[in-house]
Structure formats: C-alpha cells, structure tokens
Design a protein around this ligand. Sequence first.
Ligand SMILES: CC(=O)N[C@H]1[C@@H](OP(=O)(O)OP(=O)(O)OC[C@H]2O[C@@H](n3ccc(=O)[nH]c3=O)[C@H](O)[C@@H]2O)O[C@H](CO)[C@@H](O)[C@@H]1O
Ligand SMILES: C=C(OP(=O)(O)O)C(=O)O
Length: 513
Amino acid sequence: MSDDYLARIGTTIKEARNRAGLSQSDLATKLETSQSAVARIEAGGQNLTLDNLARISEALDTELVALTRTPSSGAVHLKIEGGRQLSGAIDVKTSKNAAVALLCASLLNKGTTTLRSLARIEEVNRILEVLNSIGVQTRWLPGSSDLEITPPARLSLDTMDEEAARRTRTVIMFLGPLLHEFDNFSLPYAGGCDLGTRTVEPHMTSLTHFGLDVEATQGSYAATASGVVDSDKAIILTERGDTVTENALMAAARHPGRTTIRNASPNYMVQDLCFFLEKLGVSVEGIGTTTLVITGKKDIDVDVEYSPSEDPIEAMSLIAAAVVTKSEITIRRSPIEFLEIELATLSGMGMQYSLSAEYLADNGRTRLVDITTHPGPLKAPIDKIHPMPFPGLNIDNLPFFALIAACAEGTTTIHDWVYDNRAIYLTELNKIGGKVTLMDPHRVLVEGPNRWRANEVTCPPALRPGVVVLLAMLAAPGTSYLRNVYVIHRGYEDLAERLNALGASVQPFRDIG
Ligand SMILES: CC(=O)N[C@H]1[C@@H](OP(=O)(O)OP(=O)(O)OC[C@H]2O[C@@H](n3ccc(=O)[nH]c3=O)[C@H](O)[C@@H]2O)O[C@H](CO)[C@@H](O)[C@@H]1O
Ligand SMILES: C=C(OP(=O)(O)O)C(=O)O
C-alpha cells in the first residue's frame, strides 16, 4: 500500500472514531490492541490487511471500507459444515423492508429522526450512502443499532452517490418525499435483486395525483412537480404493491388536505410506515386495511423516535432452518399477524409448533409471539402453494416453501406468479441433492423428501433463493461453500453468527484482491 493511501485510510478511521465518540484507547480496547497501535494506524504508519480493516469497521460500527461493494473484489463467501441439528432460541430482527421505507420517510422531516434497533444490513448501508451523499447526516448511536438522522437545510441531489442508489430499488421511494421539496429533480433508475422486470409504472401513476410528472430518460427518471394536487379523487392503485403504497403515503404526508388511497397494501412495512407518519403528526385512517385516508402537514419539523417491527420474512427463514435441520428451536419476537397463512399452510403439511402468548413489539402496535418448532414428518400439501399480497402468503416467503416441500413426502407445486425470474433459482437446490423441476418460468415441482449433499454453489443473485440454498447447506452433511453472498447480507444481519449461536457452523471468508 502506498504511504499516501495509508494516510488517507488513517484519517478516515480517525474521523469515524471521532464520530463514534471513542478515544484512541477505547478503539484499542475493542480491537484488543494498544493505544499506540491505533495512533500509528491513524497517522498512516501501519500496514493494514483487509481483515484489519473489516475489524476496525466493525469496532466503529461503520462501513469504513465497503469490502463487499464490488462483487468481484473482496467478495464474501460462506463455508458451511452441515448436518448439525440446531437448538435454543433466537430473536427475530427488525425488517429490511420497513427500514428502507422509514429511511426514505425521514426525508419528510426537518427535525431529527431516530430509528431504534434498525436492521444493520447492506440494503440499509446503501441507502445511508445515498442519504449521506445528498447531505443528510446519519450516526449510529454508540453501542446500539439506533440510527440518528439529521437532514440538511437543503438536500443536494446533484451529489447523489448513483452507484449506491442503483444497487437498491429503494431510490424510487425518494419520489414521494421529494416532490414537495423540488420542482424539478432527477433520480437514477432503481435496481435491487435480479428477479426479472419489476414495474415502476404504478409509482408514476399514483404520484400524478400530486402533480408529479416523471419521464424516463437515459439511465434516470426526470421528475417535474407542478404542485397541483387532484384533491377530489382517490388514488386507485392498480396493483396492491408495498412500495407503491409507501410512495403514495409519503407524498400524501406533506399534502395538507385529505388523500384517499384505495387498493393500498396493508402489509407489515406499510403499517410500520403509517405508525411512523402518525408520530410525525400525520393522520392515517385505515391502517392495516386496503383503504387509507391521510391528512398530511405542509411542514414537518419534529424530533421523533420510532422502533420498526420485527421481520416476518426472517421469522419464516428461521422456521425453514428448523424444518430442514429437523430441529426444535424457539423463534422469539415473530410478528404473528404476518405469518398466519404461512403457519396454517405448514399445519396442513403436518408441521407441529407451539406459540407463546402474544406481546407487543417496541412500536407498541405489532403483535409478536415466540414460535417453537417441533420436528416430525411432513407431507406435501394437497394444493399448490402460491403467494398473494397481504393478507396472503407473503411473496417473499414463497421460496422457503420450496425448501420445506423438499423435506416433505410427496410432490409440491410452488407457483411464483409474481416474479418472472425467481422460481428458476430454486433449481439451484438440485446442486445439493434437491429434486426440483422447473415447469415454466413461474412454477416448480418439488419432490421430497430428499437427501441433501454438500457442494460448492455460487449464491443466486436474489435474496430469498440465496438464503434457501444456505439453509439447505445447513442440513447437508459435510462441507459446503456458498460463494458471493452479498445479496444475503442485503437483507439479513449477522445471519451466520446467529445461526452459529443455535449450533450451526457457518464461517464467512473473503477473497483478498
Ligand atoms: C422494499 C420492499 O418493501 N420490497 C418488497 C416490495 O417490493 P415492491 O413494492 O417494489 O414490489 P413490486 O412493486 O416490484 O411488486 C412485486 C411484483 O409483484 C407484482 N404485483 C404486486 C402487487 C400486486 O397486487 N400485483 C402484482 O402483480 C408487481 O407487478 C411486481 O412484478 O414488495 C414485494 C412484493 O411483496 C417484495 O417482494 C419486496 O420485498
Ligand atoms: C425481493 C425482495 O426485496 P427487494 O424489494 O429489496 O428487492 C425481498 O426482500 O425478497
């Protein structure tokens, strides 16, 4: 490494340490080194390995160096020693999908927003990069996953980190908050998981209600806001989409009149956003239903705290982990309202589980339970398994049913009508002993029960199918490798470590280069 490069890294570390409110000695204690070593690093007088940098990033709770940013360099892989049963209890973390909505919604507020126990995942990191690049100050409060967000007097969209923006689909949700701030602005095209084409048309159509006109130009959306709101009519969503409902909600939040959204998604992330908007002083009637009536505020300037709720998709992932490894585990803090169809489907397949009494999430609204799984034989369901917008079986939970079907006696049809390019990734299970046949781009037949066998597989470029392969590897006796797991880190926090606490053996390792 050149001296100049080392000095720049040293300065970055020093700034991050100061932001975290740590002294050199505090950081040295966390790194199990001496204060003088930290001083040397900060002065650029110490050679650093990627591993050192990763440890310092972790100690400072910051993506100091985005080691996983470019898939081809420093990619993270997992080594799995499979065939172990799991036991014990695990807490479900807060959801990715509420986190991204709330980060966008923080743009509505001129005051300081504190999001408690936010998911510390790559998707959040990318949005933080985008927010920081347009002038929003963000800070993880020391020793916590609480994020403090302070907006600037005026956002600077010209300096947006477009590379980070293009790695998520979330940037589309900047349209709703920003249309009240700018007459003309442009945003890069939305990216995200490779699941085939995903329309943005419903977003555009719903926002015309607020006078927004969006033209897709070369690589970006050019938006013009006329400020004329069509107050008399309801917004009728042609799809009951989650992020489109959120976009319309955020646009309505700063419109001082009443806005009605019909065919709104009542899904978990939308509910979290509604609860947050209420804290901002916005009135939202009909939360949890498909008709929302919002009375917004022209200006929102409050210091506010909010705790998003737990992730039903993570809870489902952990249920699938228990099934595939034939384990009894307790999945604490599971948001039951968003798992009822999943549990009923599992009961139909013969799965035994017990539920604790209900208790409330930290947002004071979402109902949680602890789910204890009881291993036993499963049978294929009589009917095909397909998702529906909430309150159906969650679209993101569908891939886990392919894994569970592989453990059940008989043949199951899994119908992923939603995504053009997701069912195909389920055939990756065949590399580790699954018997999955692709019938057409949307349907797979899964024959079970099968015997899992260890193998080396490149992680599919889609979050849930990636986790499904990982979970199957937990059950496959021997050593498996799952390569390039950035997509998993997009949506799950410390998954390897947390599975290991239940008795799994999942070791992350990196390419150096
Ligand atoms: C950040 C976030 O919250 N992401 C979630 C959100 O994405 P998001 O809200 O962006 O989902 P999309 O708008 O891409 O919808 C997913 C797909 O479903 C189709 N569709 C959706 C609703 C409907 O009533 N009819 C219909 O056909 C869409 O055309 C699209 O092809 O919802 C998806 C579907 O639940 C989830 O997979 C994503 O995890
Ligand atoms: C498809 C998903 O998310 P995103 O909308 O972030 O791509 C998912 O969470 O499975």
